[in-house]
Write a new protein. Structure first.
Lengths: 414, 467
C-alpha cells in the first residue's frame, strides 16, 4: 500500500485509458464500425424486447414436454414481496422468442466444448442420452423396500403370491455407451446395495437389469436412446422374466406381430438435453389376436375414461408418445378382457416402466394397476375390492430411490 | 435483478436506453435516478424507502460538512462523525446484528433473540460510496453536491449499485454535472459489457456449476476435490470481474467513466501484488478512508502493523457477517506482513515462476477459507484434497468424468485469466482495421451464446450479490 496522497492512476486504469484511446483512434472504418456495432446492439435488444411482447405466449413446450410459465399477475402485494419480479424472470425465460433455437444452441456449444453432455444428461455413443445420477438416495430405497416387505407379508398371510421386479435405468442397461472408466461403476454399486437391502428385509428381488443389459450388449434395441423407458421389445423381455418368476409360461415372441407406430419418438432425455440433432426413436406395438377386445379404464376421480385395447393412440400424434401405453400416468387403472371368461386378478404396483408391459400381462390376468405416487387411499383395501389373487411390484430402480412413495403400503396395514 | 439476465437486457435496459437517450441532456440525471430506484426496488421493493432515507441523510450531511468546512472545522468534524456513525449503524444493523448476537450467545452462553431482517441488496457497496462522499467533502477533495438529484444518482447509479465498482465521489463529481456521449464511447461500452457478460455467463457459470456439484458430493476423490476448488477460484474471478466489466460497459454507454476493478489478479507475482489487482475499488477505499487516516506507515512500524490489522479485519468482515470472512482477512494480513518483512526481497532473487506458484497457492487456499462458512465442512473438504476426509482414492470414475468433461473448459478458463488474449487482440487491432469487424463478430457471437445459456439455464447465481 502506498501512502502518497497525490496518487497516480494505477496500471490498470492507465491501460484501460490507453485501450479506450486505441478504440477511439481514427481508422478508415472506425465510424462505420462503431455505428454498426451500436445499431446491432440496440437492434438486438429492442427487436427481442418487442418480439417478446407481441408474439403470443405458448402454453406448452412440445419439445421440452412441460407447460411454460405465463405472464405473472400484477398485484401490489406480489410486487411488494418480490414475487412478481421473480415470476417475470421465469416468464421471460420460458416465453423468449426463438426459445427452441437457443436451447439447441446451448446444447451444441456444450458439445463443442467437450462437456460430454448437457443439463445433466450424458451423451453416450450411438446417439444415446443417459441421465446421470451417480449416488441416488439409499434412504428412500430402504423405506420403500421395508414397505414392500410388510405388504408382501400381509399378502402372503392371505395366501396371495407376491413378485417384486426391478428394472434398470438407461445408465444401468446401456452403460456400454458411456466412457469405459465410468461405465457401470455406479450402477453396479447401486444394484449391489439394492440386493443387500432387499435381502435384509426379506424381499425376493427379480433383477431385470442384468438380462436386459445382456440383450442391449448383444445389440438388441431394448431401451430408447432419447427416452428413459425401455422399448416394447425391452418390455417384452421384462415380461418374460416376470412370467417365469411368477411360475407362468411366457408367450413366445412369435405370438406377436410387431407394428411400428412411430418413427419420430423423441423422449424425455432428449427434451432435457436440448440436443435436437439426435435422431428420433422408433416405437412399436406388439399386437396379438384379439387385443382389441380388452378395455383399459382409468378410474382417477374426476378424469374417468376408458378405451378399447391398451393404447390411447391420441398420444401418438403428440410429443409424449410413451403415454400411448394405457394412457400415461394415472393413480388407478384396470385392464380387463371384455366379455371374456373369469380370469385371475393381478394387483400391479408400478411406475411408468410397467405401462409397456401391461399388454403382455393382460393376456393372462385382469389387471388392477396402482401408481403409489398418485394413489392416496389405502392400497390393502383393493385386495378385497377386486378379489386379487396375485400381486406384482414392478419398478424402475429410479422410482425406488427418487421418493419414498411406497410408504403408503405400510400405512394401509396399520 | 442481475445484468446477466433476460429481464435486465430485454425489459429493463431496453426501456432505460430508450428513456435515457430521449431525455434532454439536463434532465438525464433525473431519468437515471428514477430508473436506478426501480432497479434497486426490483428484488426488494420495500428497501427503496431505506435507500431514500440514506440518500436524504447523506445529502444533508454533505451540505452540513461542506458548510462548516471553512468556518468551523470542529462542527464539520462532528457532522462527519455523525454521518459515519449513521451509515455504519445502518450497515451494522442490517448486515451484522445477527452475527453479533450469535457470537455474543456463543461466547457468553446468554441467548438473545435474533432479528428477522433481510439483507438489503448492495448495502455494503452503496454505504461505502455514501461515506466516500461525505469524507471527500470533508477533506475538500470535492465540493458538496447541492443538487439532490445528482447526489441521488451517484448513490443509486444502477450499473454499480449492487456490486460495485465502489466509485469514489471525487472521481465522478464532474461526470454528475455533465457528461459527453458519443457513438465511439457507446460502442466501446458495448464491447466491454459483452466481454463482461461472456465472462459471467459462459465462464463463471460453467465453473460454478462444477464447483457446486463437487462441493456437495457425498464422496470425492482427491483429484476431483482439487478440480472443485480450482473451479471455485475461476468462478469467483470471472463472476465478479465479469460483473465489474458489465458495470463499466454500461457506464460508458451512458457517458460515465468508472475505474477498473480488476487487473488479471491470477497473474500476480505476490499476494501484495494480488491485492493491487483484485477488487481494486475496495482496497483503494480501505486505503484512502481507513488505512491512511489511521496513520498508514507514517507513525512507526508498530502502528503500521496495527493499521494493517484493522484494515484486513474490516476487509474480511465487509465480505460477510461470518467468522470465516474475518479469518480470510486476517490470513491476508499475515501473508502481507510476511511479504513486507522479507519475502518480497527474497522473491527478487528467485525465478519468477516460484513466486507466481506461491501466489496462486496462497490465493486458492484463501478461497477455501472464503467459501466455507461452515468450518467443519471446510475442514473436511481440505482434508479430502490431501487424501483424508471424504476422499476415496486419488481419482474415481466420477472424478474422471468431471475432469475429462472439464478439460477444454479448464484451458479456456486458464487462458482467459491472463492478459495475453487482450494484448494480442489490441496488437492486431492497431495493425489492421479488420479487428474492429472481428470485435463486432465476437460481440454478436458472444451475445447469442449468452442469451442461449440464459434461456436454458438453471444455474446463474451471482456471488457478490449478498455483500
Amino acid at each position: 500500500m502506498t501512502d502518497k496522497k497525490t496518487e497516480k492512476l494505477p496500471m490498470c486504469d492507465r491501460e484501460a485509458a490507453r485501450l479506450l484511446q486505441i478504440q477511439m483512434q481514427t481508422g478508415n472504418h472506425r465510424k462505420a464500425g462503431d455505428v454498426f456495432l451500436t445499431a446491432l446492439f440496440l437492434g438486438a435488444i429492442f427487436v427481442f424486447a418487442i418480439l417478446f411482447w407481441i408474439l403470443p405466449d405458448r402454453a406448452m413446450s412440445e419439445t421440452e414436454n412441460r407447460s411454460l410459465a405465463q405472464a405473472p399477475k400484477v398485484t401490489v402485494e406480489r410486487i411488494l414481496d418480490g414475487k412478481f419480479t421473480a415470476d417475470i424472470a421465469e416468464y421471460m425465460a420460458d416465453q423468449f422468442p426463438a426459445r427452441d433455437f437457443f436451447v439447441n444452441l446451448k446444447a451444441l456449444s456444450e458439445t463443442a466444448l467437450g462437456r460430454g453432455g448437457n443439463n445433466g444428461i450424458l451423451f453416450g455413443t450411438g446417439e444415446t442420452l443417459v441421465t446421470r445420477e451417480d449416488l441416488p438416495s439409499i434412504d428412500n430405497m430402504k423405506t420403500n423396500l421395508s414397505a414392500i416387505a410388510a405388504f408382501s407379508a400381509h399378502c402372503e398371510s392371505l395366501g396371495i403370491p407376491v413378485t417384486t421386479a426391478v428394472a434398470g435405468r438407461t445408465a444401468d442397461v446401456l452403460d456400454h455407451t458411456l466412457p469405459g472408466y465410468y461405465g457401470s461403476v455406479y450402477s453396479d454399486r447401486l444394484w449391489a446395495t439394492l440386493s443387500t437391502e432387499a435381502e435384509a428385509v426379506g424381499v425376493d428381488l427379480l433383477n431385470l437389469r442384468d438380462p436386459l443389459r445382456a440383450r442391449a450388449k448383444a445389440g438388441e434395441y431394448v431401451y430408447y436412446r432419447t427416452d428413459h423407458h425401455w422399448t416394447t421389445l425391452g418390455a417384452y423381455y421384462g415380461y418374460a422374466a416376470i412370467a417365469e418368476a411368477m411360475g407362468d409360461t411366457a408367450a413366445p415372441l412369435s405370438d406377436f406381430s410387431r407394428e411400428t407406430v412411430s418413427e419420430s419418438f423423441y423422449g424425455t432425455t432428449w427434451s432435457t438435453a436440448g440436443a435436437s440433432w439426435i435422431d428420433p426413436d422408433t416405437m412399436e406395438f406388439f399386437r396379438f389376436e384379439g387385443d382389441e377386445a380388452y378395455v383399459t379404464s382409468i378410474l382417477d376421480a374426476g378424469s374417468e375414461r376408458s378405451f378399447p385395447g391398451f393404447y390411447d393412440t391420441d398420444y401418438l400424434l403428440k410429443k409424449d408418445k410413451y403415454s400411448t401405453f394405457i394412457g400415461g400416468n394415472s393413480a388407478l387403472v384396470t385392464v380387463t378382457e371384455s366379455g371374456g371368461e373369469d380370469r385371475e386378478t393381478l394387483l400391479l404396483f408400478k411406475d411408468s416402466f410397467a405401462h409397456a408391459v401391461v399388454p403382455f400381462l393382460a393376456r393372462q390376468y385382469d389387471l388392477v394397476i396402482v401408481d403409489l405416487r398418485y394413489y392416496k387411499q389405502a392400497p390393502a383395501a383393493l385386495i378385497d375390492e377386486y378379489g386379487v389373487e396375485a400381486v406384482l411390484f414392478l419398478y424402475n430402480v429410479d422410482s425406488l430411490t427418487a421418493s419414498a412413495s411406497q410408504r403408503l403400503l405400510m400405512a394401509s396395514l396399520e | 435483478m442481475v445484468f446477466s439476465s433476460l429481464e435486465f437486457l430485454f425489459l429493463y435496459f431496453a426501456a432505460v436506453l430508450f428513456l435515457y437517450f430521449f431525455t434532454p441532456h439536463r434532465f438525464r440525471n433525473i431519468t437515471l435516478f428514477l430508473v436506478s430506484l426501480i432497479f434497486y426496488g426490483w428484488g426488494e421493493p420495500r428497501y427503496v424507502v431505506l435507500m431514500f432515507l440514506t440518500i436524504a441523510a447523506d445529502y444533508a450531511f454533505g451540505l452540513l460538512v461542506g458548510k462548516y468546512r471553512e468556518s468551523s472545522p470542529r462542527r464539520a468534524k462532528t457532522w462527519l462523525a455523525v454521518a459515519v456513525a449513521v451509515n455504519l449503524g445502518i450497515l451494522a444493523y442490517f448486515k451484522y446484528f445477527n452475527f453479533f448476537i450469535d457470537t455474543f450467545t456463543a461466547v457468553s452462553g446468554i441467548s438473545v433473540k435474533a432479528i428477522e431482517v433481510a439483507l438489503p441488496v448492495g448495502i455494503s457497496f452503496y454505504t461505502f460510496q455514501a461515506l466516500s462522499y461525505v469524507i471527500d467533502v470533508y477533506r475538500n477533495d470535492a465540493p458538496a453536491q447541492k443538487d439532490f438529484i445528482a447526489f441521488g444518482t451517484y448513490v443509486t447509479l444502477f450499473p454499480q449499485l449492487i456490486a460495485g465498482p465502489i466509485v469514489r465521489y471525487k472521481d465522478v463529481d464532474d461526470q454528475l454535472r455533465g457528461r459527453t456521449h458519443s457513438i465511439a464511447l457507446f460502442a466501446s461500452g458495448v464491447r466491454t459489457f459483452m466481454a463482461g457478460m461472456a465472462k459471467k455467463v459462459l465462464l463463471a457459470n460453467a465453473a460454478g456449476e462444477i464447483w457446486s456439484r463437487l462441493s456437495s458430493a457425498d464422496e470425492l476423490s482427491v483429484a476431483a476435490a482439487w478440480l472443485g476448488i480450482l473451479m471455485y477460484t475461476f468462478q469467483i474471478y470471472f463472476d465478479f470481474s465479469g460483473y465489474s466489466d458489465m458495470a463499466i460497459g454500461l457506464g460508458k454507454m451512458m457517458g460515465f467513466s468508472f475505474r477498473e476493478n480488476f487487473y488479471y489478479p491470477y497473474m500476480a507475482s505476490s499476494v501484495t501484488d494480488f491485492w493491487r489487482r483484485w477488487h481494486i475499488s475496495l482496497s483503494t477505499w480501505f486505503r484512502e478512508y481507513v488505512y491512511i487516516p489511521l496513520g498508514g506507515n507514517r507513525c512507526g512500524r508498530g502502528r503500521q502493523m496495527l493499521n494493517l490489522l484493522a484494515v484486513w479485519a474490516f476487509t474480511g468482515l465487509w465480505h460477510g457477517a461470518s467468522w470465516n470472512f474475518v479469518l480470510w482477512g486476517l490470513y491476508y494480513f499475515v501473508l502481507l506482513v510476511i511479504e513486507k518483512t522479507f519475502l518480497l526481497k527474497l522473491f527478487e532473487k528467485l525465478p519468477k515462476f516460484i513466486s507466481h506458484i506461491y501466489t496462486l497457492a496462497a490465493v486458492v487456499f484463501g478461497w477455501w477459507l472464503f467459501v466455507f462458512d461452515d468450518f467443519s465442512a471446510g475442514l473436511t473438504y481440505l482434508a479430502t484434497m490431501f487424501g483424508g476426509g471424504k476422499a476415496i482414492g486419488f481419482i474415481d470414475a466420477a472424478g474422471m468424468l468431471e475432469l475429462s468433461s472439464a478439460a477444454v473448459l479448464l484451458v479456456i478458463l486458464a487462458v482467459a485469466s491472463t492478459k495475453y488474449p487482450r494484448d494480442l487482440f489490441y496488437k492486431l487491432w492497431q495493425k489492421t482495421d479488420l479487428m474492429r469487424t472481428a470485435a463486432t463478430v465476437l460481440c454478436v457471437l458472444g451475445f447469442t451464446l449468452c442469451v442461449a445459456y440464459l434461456v436454458n439455464s438453471s444455474f446463474n447465481p451471482f456471488l457478490y450479490f449478498r455483500f
